[in-house]
Structure formats: C-alpha cells, structure tokens
Design a protein around this ligand. Structure first.
Ligand code: SF4
Length: 325
C-alpha cells in the first residue's frame, strides 16, 4: 500500500530579476514530480546538487507550499486539511537533517533537545520523558545513556551528533521519515556506521523513508527503490537492484558509471561516461527533454518534445524518447 503519493508536484520560487520583456521570473525547482512510496520501504532520491530533491523532501513534510500538484500522506491530501489535522500529522512525519552541527542547538543539553518533541506532541510527565529519552539514546547506540544525557552538542563527534538527530526524529514514533543527505557531512567510516544504524532502525520500526542523497553507492546500501532527478523532474524510477543492472536513461547511465564498484578491477575496466557542460539554469530550463543539452544520445525530437515518464516493465519507469534497453 502506498503511504506517500505525489501527483504532478510543482514548486516555483519567484526571484527579483525580470526577463528582457519585463516578465517576472521564477526558479523551476520541482516541475511535475509524480511517484509513490510503499509502506515500510525506503525510496532513494538521487541527482546533482540543485536538481530539486531537497525541495521534494520539504514539500512531502508540508514545510513548503507547492505551486501545484498534490501530496497524499496516510490517505490525506496534505495541502487540503485543517491546521489541527496537519499538526497531528506532523508527529508522524519527521526529518533527519544533513548537517549534524547546525541542526542541534549548541546551548541545549541532549535532554533538552530530545524532550522537545515529547513536550509538543505528547502529554508525558517529566519523569516519563526522562525514561523515554534514555531509551532513545540506547536505541541509537549512545550507551550508557546516563553518560550522554546531560551533555551539550559540542562534546560529541559528528557521528554521535547525527545519532542524536536520528533519536530526535524517532522520538514520537513517526511512520514516515525524510533523511536529507543524512550522511554526506560525515567521514566515510562514520557514514558506514550511521547507514547501518539507519537500516537497522528502518527494519525494526517498519519505517517508510525518503532518503535524499547525491551518492548512488549510499542508495544501494539502504534503499529498495530509487528515483533519479534531473533539473526538477524525475527521469527514471526503478527497484534498486534493477537500476544498477539496467539503466534506461542516459543520465542514470552516466551517474552509475561514476559510482565505484566493490571490485576495484571491475571499476578500472569499466568505461566512465563523462557528461559535458553544466546543469542548465532552472530559471530557463531547456525546451523538450531537459537533458538534451548534455545528452550523448540526443536525436531529432529531443530538443522539442518533452518525454513523459513511461512504464517499461514491472515498476521500471523512464522519461526518454530512446528508452535504452
Ligand atoms: Fe537523451 Fe533524447 Fe532521451 Fe533526452 S529524450 S535523455 S535527449 S535521448
């Protein structure tokens, strides 16, 4: 059953500058994104910086108002409910931020940071909150919890801070969690520990997750399905194993060719696809296929006709006129 569903989701940010003809301009951050996340699954959203993946995450949590389209969370239209209903839904939807240094208030102790979700969303007494916080710290591997509960964020390493961020997101038993580049600010060895913890918690608590990252290797280790974004649009969606086996969009092919394989000699013998040029401006996205300015396979209709996201077989969808097999 799909717990989260988006339909033609759009978000445009107006900007100060005007076009040559005096028309107000806008950044097309997210431009017609449709996908769904099944209950208990982790959906990985990948793409270059600035492609709109974090904006999608914030739209799914109702932290931003969309310019168009719908988001259906737990059977409710997220942008067509009362403020009271939205407040109740917020306890079930949480976020793990990218930067474990900026996302924790340096003046507060771990006890104060982790008691906040309980104060907002529950009627727990102080004693009950204390017990729940100790359990949370234990759950995320900060043991013995009594040793950590009165400390401030600066007394922790990056990995430990991210564990506190995860504990805060899980405090009020959410059903849906958005992890926005949750491991990109950490060292590789710490990344592996946090990914292992995330996967363990996701399975134990049967969480539904959106895992936003620019790293396909990270997606491979924690996600069951993956969506590839380019310039505000989804260009390919597939089960993780299938995507790594067979990429049907030239952009996904280029991304995968740059991802290291566990076997170093296989990585060395593989031909890397190097894309030319920069990602175009989201203020004036190219006509037709948005990837045509960099696509090594482009042909005649690509710069005029925009390809729709089409289902190939099973759940594999791709937006390309060529549909590489
Ligand atoms: Fe390349 Fe054309 Fe496919 Fe776009 S539609 S990805 S330009 S082949």
């Amino acid at each position: 059953m799909a717990l989260i569903q988006t339909q033609n989701l759009r978000k445009y940010f107006p900007i100060q500058s005007m076009s040559f003809f005096g028309k107000k301009e806008k950044v097309h951050a997210v431009d017609g994104v449709t996908f769904q996340i099944e209950e208990g699954n982790t959906f990985g959203l990948v793409g270059e910086s600035g492609c709109g993946k974090s904006t999608v995450g914030r739209l799914l949590l109702a932290l931003l108002e969309p310019s168009g389209g719908t988001v259906n969370c737990f059977g409710k239209d997220l942008f067509n409910i009362t403020p009271k209903e939205l407040f109740q839904l917020r306890a079930q939807m949480q976020i793990i931020f990218q930067d474990p240094f900026a996302s924790l208030n340096p003046r507060k102790t771990v006890r104060q940071i982790l008691s906040k979700p309980f104060s907002i969303h529950t009627k727990m007494s102080r004693k009950e909150q204390e017990k729940a916080i100790l359990n949370l710290l234990d759950l995320v591997g900060l043991s013995p919890p009594e040793f950590y509960i009165s400390r401030h964020p600066h007394e922790f390493s990056g990995g430990q801070r991210q564990r506190i961020g995860i504990a805060r997101a899980l405090a009020v038993n959410p059903k849906f969690v958005v992890a926005d580049e949750a491991v990109s600010a950490l060292d590789i060895s710490v990344q592996a520990q946090i990914l292992k913890l995330f996967k363990k918690l996701q399975e134990e608590l049967h969480l539904t997750c959106l895992f936003i990252t620019h790293d396909l290797a990270v997606v491979r280790s924690v996600c069951s399905q993956v969506g590839v974004m380019y310039l505000g649009r989804l260009v390919e969606i597939a089960a993780v194993d299938e995507l790594f086996e067979k990429q049907c969009h030239p952009y996904t092919r280029a991304l995968c060719s740059a991802t290291p394989l566990p076997n170093p000699s296989a990585t060395r013998s593989r031909k890397q696809i190097i894309l030319e040029g920069d990602i175009p401006s989201p203020i004036h996205p190219p006509t037709g296929c948005r990837f045509h300015t960099r696509c090594p396979k482009r042909f005649d209709p690509c710069d005029q006709k925009e390809p729709e996201l089409m289902t190939l077989e099973g759940d594999h969808q791709v937006a390309c006129h060529l549909r590489l097999i």
